[in-house]
Design a protein around this ligand. Structure first.
Ligand code: ADP
Ligand code: MG
Length: 691
């Protein structure tokens, strides 16, 4: 790859500035796409003057004037546009002795000279005199004018010391001298099938498009390449996982499973049965399972996971069940113990708050294989946690964990089966494209008798009326306050003050408060009291956001709802409507911005987790949702997986075609594609060479 210093005008000093943008070779430069474009075509209707509006057009110089002032020199030009309108442009420069800062301009702005003027309309313009602030100007027939004016002009994000004018010239030079060295990486069959521009056409058009439609074709082509490479890499990773034999097997003995099913006070929904079967059949395969169970809040994922765990325990293996919060892990511990009453299954809880002595014991039992199931938080990842015979890993609310955390837990033992669960489902195309290494099961049905939660955006007064009337009927309520950082003392203090205020407002009810900074035992006691209906109202921070399951709770009041993300709102709402009683979710907001109102409205309008997932993706971007933000897995240079959904669909289809046609990418026409794939993903994702 030729170094960037091969470009005319880029010496060692300038090269340093380019290096700040990660641009070290000519090819890097060519693949640095514009941030935006300005329409500077001659017929662009920009001269219709409006305040602060961009101006780009050819002007004729009438005359110029230099005005000396105290510390400044002022240079004025009187111009005329094509339509005969008069315009004034003014420049100010600091006086530096003997040096004339306007020397070059005096040469360029000779009377009758024609110039391209690019700038903004000045605020001081009136009907009689247009004033513009000139940002760039180019003599009409100059080489510079060809690059910077009279066309759709690229605008790049740059660093201090680089101007767009200089950058465009560099880009133009790179395109005219080095374009031939850019190799096509896309398989020719696919460029043809999708009727895509080739790489050279596309690069030219991305930087210097001849028309808006040419630009769009070029952009789509770059996006397609990006998506295809990414989704291909996922696919290869999946094949590599699948190829490994795990070397142990399961037998459905029913020693535990039957007893458990008989103890259960309800029957599984059809969707649960289907998903349990999918999981069992995966576990019985000779290669490790990597399965994601998605199901809306309240769809009953916990028992599904429990069935998988019981199958493992029946076969003498250990399981780890990881949840994102201590409260949720504790609740799972309580639930599992209840479900498993009378069964010979040993369950332990392990969180960062587990007392030292207990923790040491738990670790010992785990290592000796005396514990069958360990439930915990991130603390399960710690090095001190060792297993004798770990075979099954369950990650609840998997979107709350990063890729690395999940991978680290999995690395605790070789060839483990992995089951992840989420209530923030991702649309199918994204699942296909970016969860390529996962199989997805969907619980698309709620247990019978559930009613949709009535969701409204109301005043606090109205919200508390509902709390009162429901509590009088013997039901329970949550009132949640935002606490972005559970260790933030000021915010916590405010929440505690609110708790005191609510107690004064509703003295007839038993009210408790729970937050993250409390001692473990205290939290456990408060949750148990609420579950056993010793308290009516629970004032809480978002520590209760996920997983909490109290059937008798029918009201969820979310204070400062504008501060919660869409997924959080949906999760919080999911804490009610878990029994057969009608439930309410009331959002109370303070100073909601347009975006937060959009979130609040979306939540009020739909209860469908899939739709919410899609909207969330749109409002927040994919990285956060897929839980991969930390690893930077999903950053695209050109593509936007929302706007370019249809391109993504192509990429997924074509990946499948490639996998069928030439899975190892051995055909000569796929060599360049393979090479680029390896360059991009081999190291990052630990992809073994395709061979
Ligand atoms: P989530 O999918 O949100 O994790 P949970 O596993 O917490 O949901 O289940 C929500 C509630 O539904 C629990 O109280 C659970 O006991 C109950 N439940 C699960 N499956 C069924 C079923 N088939 N019939 C009735 N209730 C069920
Ligand atoms: Mg759950």
């Amino acid at each position: 790859m030729p170094a960037i210093t091969n470009i005319k005008g880029i010496g060692p000093a300038k090269a340093k500035l380019f290096a700040q943008l990660d641009l070290n070779t000519v090819s890097d430069l060519l693949h640095y796409y514009p941030r935006t474009y300005q329409d500077r075509r001659p017929d662009a209707k920009l001269s219709a003057f409006k305040r602060a509006e961009s101006v780009a057009g050819i002007y004729t110089v009438i005359r110029t004037q230099s005005i000396p002032a105290k510390a400044l020199l002022i240079f004025k030009a009187f111009l005329r546009d094509d339509a005969g309108n008069l315009t004034e442009a003014v420049w100010f420069k600091k006086k530096i002795r003997r040096f004339d800062p306007f020397m070059q301009m005096r040469r360029d702005f000779k009377p009758d000279a024609k110039l391209w003027i690019i700038g903004k309309r000045d605020d001081k313009s009136s009907f009689f005199s247009n004033k513009i602030t000139v940002e760039e100007y180019y003599p009409v027939n100059s080489a510079e004018a060809k690059i910077n004016a009279g066309r759709i002009t690229p605008v790049y994000s740059l660093t201090q010391g680089l101007t767009n004018k200089f950058f465009r010239a560099a880009q133009f030079y790179a395109l005219s001298e080095y374009l031939q060295e850019e190799k096509e990486v896309l398989p020719p069959e696919l460029t043809q099938k999708r009727n895509l521009l080739n790489i050279r056409q596309a690069l030219c058009a991305v930087h210097f498009p001849k028309s808006a439609s040419e630009l769009e074709s070029a952009r789509r082509r770059m996006v397609y390449e990006e998506f295809l490479l990414m989704t291909m890499a996922w696919g290869i990773k999946k094949r590599q996982t699948v190829r490994r034999e795990k070397g142990y097997h399961y037998e459905i003995k029913r020693t535990l499973l039957s007893k458990f099913k008989n103890n259960l006070e309800y029957t599984f929904t059809k969707a649960q049965v289907r998903v349990i079967n999918e999981i069992f059949s995966d576990m019985q395969k000779s290669v490790p399972m990597t399965r994601l169970v998605q199901g809306d809040v309240g769809s009953g994922k916990t028992v599904v996971a429990l069935c998988a765990m019981l199958l493992a325990v029946e076969n003498g293996y250990q399981c780890a069940f990881m949840a994102p919060t201590e409260i949720l892990a504790t609740q799972h511990f309580i639930t599992l113990n209840r479900y498993l009453k009378g069964l010979d299954v040993k369950v332990k809880l392990l969180t960062s708050k587990t007392p030292k002595k207990e923790k040491e014991n738990a670790l010992k039992y785990l290592a000796e294989g005396k514990t069958d199931i360990v439930i915990g938080t991130h603390s399960l990842i710690e090095d001190s946690v060792k297993f004798k015979n770990l075979k099954l890993i369950i990650v609840d609310e998997q979107h709350r964990f990063g890729v690395k955390q999940r991978a680290k837990l999995r690395a605790k033992a070789e060839f483990t089966d992995m089951l992840s669960m989420t209530a923030t489902p991702i649309p199918r195309t994204f699942a296909l494209a970016f969860y390529g290494d996962l199989d997805v099961s969907t619980i698309d049905q709620l247990p019978p008798g559930r009613q949709p939660v009535q969701t409204e955006h109301l005043s606090e007064t109205k919200a508390f009326e509902t709390v009162r009337s429901e509590a009088e009927k013997g039901r329970q309520a949550y009132i949640v306050y935002p606490l972005i950082d559970e260790s933030d003392k000021l915010e916590l203090k405010a929440a505690v003050q609110e708790y005191e205020r609510i107690k004064r407002l509703m003295p007839q009810f038993k009210i408790a408060m729970i937050h993250g900074a409390m001692k473990s035992a205290e939290k456990q006691k408060i949750m148990e009291d609420f579950l056993l209906k010793k308290t009516d109202i629970l004032v809480a921070t978002p520590v209760i956001e996920v997983g909490i399951d109290v059937k008798n709770a029918t009201v969820m009041v979310i204070q400062n709802a504008e501060r919660f993300g869409l997924a959080s709102l949906h999760q919080l709402r999911g804490r009610v409507g878990r029994g057969s009683e009608k439930s309410y979710c009331i959002l109370v907001s303070q100073h909601a911005s347009t975006v937060s109102l959009e979130r609040i409205n979306a939540i009020c309008k739909t209860g469908d987790g899939f739709k919410i997932g899609e909207k969330d993706l749109e409002l927040r971007g994919p990285g956060e949702i897929l839980g991969t933000r930390q690893s930077g897995d999903l950053e695209f240079k050109a593509g936007d997986i929302i706007k370019d959904k249809d391109v993504l669909r192509w990429a997924v289809e074509d990946r499948d075609w490639l996998n069928a046609d030439d899975p190892l990418l051995q055909k000569p026409q796929h060599a360049a594609f393979k090479q680029r794939l390896m360059e991009l993903y081999q190291k990052q994702w630990n992809i073994i060479d395709l061979g």
